[in-house]
Design a protein around this ligand. Structure first.
Ligand code: FPP
Length: 243
């Protein structure tokens, strides 16, 4: 469904913790990596759907700072899948006016992957359609610490604004809607600073099953929320009326 007229309030920024790939594969008697492959397909589809709906920013949690602790074979598979997908998809993303950036500690990746990331980012840098942020080797605590270190090194004052300016998401809006699939209800060190006022939505669906309709349901649910940002409900309602 791409009817904006029935969607008065499309979140400007959706962030997703794509959980449940392993369980999805295991439920089919397959290896966990089979689920990651299906998860990648789903990520690609989600970017298309978000572009169609007019979502401006989509941030996908692909690999956390803690995921290095997984079995070696699974980590290697994920790195390979990431590199291959960047190579295979970047032309199509570019054609679709998508701007891709990878947020996270890129120094943790091998040279070939860093090169693939740089190439995909450079190719799509001029696009102004969907802004797709892939969080890889990312952790919310790492993000805050790296911002604080930069400020300390530059001898700059620590304020909310100066920290925000040095986060890897600098310049973009905070997520309006943060979705986690796979039935768990926690943030797991994703966008800790940025999600301060995000609406949280937890889906029991495993990520490879999280389709267009499931996203639509999440958006509909988001539309029923009143975002107060610390104000009272009455203040928000009055402001909505333009007073
Ligand atoms: C969580 O499922 C998923 C991951 C740790 C990896 C996510 C990666 C992809 C969706 C593919 C790559 C996508 C991009 C955009 C590069 P899990 O393995 O923790 O599942 P489980 O909870 O069932 O074990």
């Amino acid at each position: 469904m791409s009817k904006n007229e029935t969607q008065p309030n499309i979140p400007q920024h959706i962030a997703i913790i794509m959980d449940g790939n392993g369980r999805w594969a295991q439920a089919r008697g397959k290896q966990r990596v089979f689920g990651h492959k299906a998860g990648m397909e789903r990520a690609r589809e989600m970017a298309e759907v978000c572009g169609e709906l007019g979502v401006k920013y989509l941030t996908l949690f692909a690999f956390s700072s803690e995921n290095w602790n997984r079995p070696k074979d699974e980590v290697s598979f994920l790195m390979e899948l990431f590199a291959t997908s960047l190579k295979n998809e970047s032309k199509k993303l570019n054609k679709n006016n998508v701007r891709l950036t990878v947020i996270g500690d890129k120094d943790g990746f091998d040279k070939a992957l860093r090169k693939a990331i740089d190439k995909a980012e450079a190719l799509t840098a001029g696009n102004d359609g969907l802004f797709l942020q892939i969080a890889a080797n990312y952790g919310g605590r790492w993000d805050i610490v790296q911002a604080a270190k930069k400020l300390a090194e530059a001898g700059q004052e620590i304020t909310e604004a100066s920290i925000e300016e040095h986060l890897v998401t600098s310049g973009g809006p905070a997520p309006d809607l943060l979705i986690r699939t796979g039935g768990e209800e926690r943030i797991s060190n994703f966008l800790l600073w940025q999600a301060a006022y995000s609406e949280l939505y937890f889906s029991p669906k495993l990520w490879p099953d999280f389709d267009r309709e499931a996203l639509q349901q999440a958006i509909n649910n988001f539309n029923q929320r009143q975002r107060r940002f610390g104000k009272t409900g009455e203040q928000v309602t009055t402001a909505d009326k333009g007073d």
